[in-house]
Design a protein around this ligand. Structure first.
Ligand code: AKG
Ligand code: FE2
Length: 212
């Protein structure tokens, strides 16, 4: 815990960083759940890109399975098994996240989660989350090692952008005019972990609304 609390910040219109949003009990619950969700049957894997590359992040999905660049109810790029269902308690957490970030009770019913695991060398290039049919906000929850999260603009991968350090327990919501902003992880910070979690590397969970 920091001696000086980090302030919440609206990084761009509709893009809100809420430091230390998750309490310890919820962080532990999420890590335990991620362990279950990441079983081999569930399709935890480094996604293959159309150019032949492989992502440095390893991902598993709930609700709808994502692979470059679409969603499916089955894990088409692994073994065709059905995707793990999206649990109701995670939707409730998402609803609370959006309401807290925007400071107003809102209806939010996510039905997709992407769970990314970053080892110390992993990163994620700048991209838009645009394979969903809905423009409802994306909720991002971070656990374990910190990272530098780059939040850019909706036009292109160049500046302006803001670099935000996301630490264990942080919430980041992007919706409204920022829903299609380019964003990515430029590096993980392995020496900035969460001593209260039994976790190596960084976990990020994004919740989304499919609109399908
Ligand atoms: O790991 C993060 O903080 C961002 C993940 C992300 O952008 C994604 O999964 O689409
Ligand atoms: Fe993303």
């Amino acid at each position: 815990m920091d001696l000086i609390p980090r302030p919440r910040a609206e990084v761009a219109p509709g893009a809100v960083h809420v430091p230390d949003w998750l309490d310890l009990e919820t962080r532990r619950r999420l890590v335990a759940a991620c362990r279950e969700w990441a079983t081999p049957r569930a399709g935890f894997r480094a996604a293959r890109l159309p150019n032949g590359g492989v992502m440095s992040v390893r991902t598993v999905c709930l609700g709808w399975h994502w692979y470059p660049y679409k969603y499916s109810k089955t894990i088409d790029d692994v073994d065709g098994a059905p995707v793990t269902p999206f649990p109701g308690w995670l939707a409730e957490l998402g609803q609370r996240a959006v309401s807290d970030a925007y400071g107003a009770a809102v209806e939010y019913q996510p039905d997709i989660a992407l769970i990314n695991h970053y080892d110390s060398a992993a990163k994620m290039g700048l991209h838009q989350d645009k394979d969903e049919a809905s423009l409802e906000p994306v909720v991002s929850l971070s656990l374990g090692d910190a990272c530098v999260f780059r939040f850019g603009n909706t036009e292109h991968r160049g500046r302006p952008w803001t670099d935000v350090e996301l630490r264990s327990g942080d919430l980041f919501v992007f919706g409204g005019p920022s829903r299609l902003a380019f964003h990515g992880v430029t590096k993980t910070l392995p020496d900035h972990g969460d001593p209260d979690l039994d976790l190596s590397g960084r976990l990020n969970i994004t919740l989304r609304v499919s609109g399908f």
